[in-house]
Design a binder for this molecule. Structure first.
Ligand code: ATP
Ligand code: MG
Length: 276
């Protein structure tokens, strides 16, 4: 089982889009069984994999979300719920949804925003604890974790649980200068928690061929001693039509734009090699 987080403190760079589409591509093109963990309170990855009515029904039926993992309800002050009469579920009893064939999801929850305000020591270890708890019974080939654009407890928990992290980045100067800051924050987490998590690569997203910003971005990354070996050759093109269809649960593999489809296939192939 390989655990890969999508991270970047810059917002709107395509973390969620790639998390969902890499997971889809792994299941359909690599015959893999994949678990998606939506560790972003915005729960956009969940919205890409479940329709609004499916999600509402899921919540109304009291089924499990990321909250079950992070809000163990043992201490009143650290909970967004009233203290439970019953003890929290065992970690390996938390149920996931099969959102697509062989693509399983532990849905996110907006309540994680409220939870972040509450004390809760050790919360950053929960994703790791969950994956350890299920490792004996499950047969996931990959676990993909979507994270929020903040150096939050959710991002830290994802790094602690991961073998690798993948950085999507837009080819503009502000995004590129954020990369070194991201590296220093990851290095800090690695030192604080004794982690061996590795960078699986940087992928340029929402690119427009032939533009100066794209050429400048590549020149910058290939000219940098640290980033040059990490930049993946796959690039994700910018397609407004694809973005418009995203909440209709359309995947890149199903896109009518052939370059969109070939880019996710190429990226997933490269990623599989980098993490093997
Ligand atoms: N290849 C693409 N072409 C055009 N639009 C895209 C593409 N990929 C993503 N988008 C759009 O860009 C926006 C940001 O993408 P996405 O939500 O995946 O980024 P994110 O990094 O997860 O954002 P956040 O930091 O808020 O979690 C979304 O509206 C999405 O539909
Ligand atoms: Mg996102």
């Amino acid at each position: 089982m390989k655990v890969i987080s999508l991270i970047n403190m810059k917002g709107g760079v395509g973390k969620t889009t790639l998390a969902v589409n890499i997971a889809d591509c792994l299941t359909r093109q690599h015959q893999a069984t994949v678990l998606m963990l939506d560790a972003d309170p915005q729960f956009n990855a969940t919205q890409c994999l479940m329709s609004p009515s499916e999600y509402v029904a899921h919540r109304q039926a009291g089924k499990d979300t990321m909250l079950e993992l992070f809000d163990r309800r043992r201490i009143k002050a650290s909970s967004v719920h009233a203290p439970a009469d019953v003890p929290p579920k065992k970690l390996n009893e938390i149920a996931v949804v099969e959102a697509r064939r062989n693509l399983f999801l532990l849905p996110g929850s907006l309540d994680l925003y409220r939870l972040e305000m509450a004390p809760g020591e050790g919360r950053e270890n929960r994703l790791k604890a969950y994956l350890s708890a299920i490792s004996g019974d499950s047969n996931y080939d990959f676990v993909i974790i979507d994270t929020p654009p903040t150096p939050s407890v959710w991002m830290t928990s994802a790094l602690i649980a991961s073998d690798y992290y993948l950085i999507p980045v837009r080819p503009d100067p502000l995004s590129l200068t954020g990369l070194d800051l991201l590296k220093s924050i990851v290095d800090d987490r690695k030192e604080n928690y004794g982690l061996a998590v590795k960078c699986a690569g940087v992928v340029l997203t929402m690119t427009r061929q032939g533009t100066n910003v794209l050429n400048d971005a590549k020149a910058y990354l290939y000219g940098d001693n640290y980033w040059k070996d990490r930049l993946l050759t796959a690039e994700i093109p910018s397609r407004v039509k694809f973005a418009e269809q995203q909440l209709d649960n359309i995947f890149m593999l199903d896109s009518d734009a052939s370059e969109m489809k070939s880019s996710i296939v190429k990226l997933t192939n490269e990623l599989v090699v980098r993490v093997s």
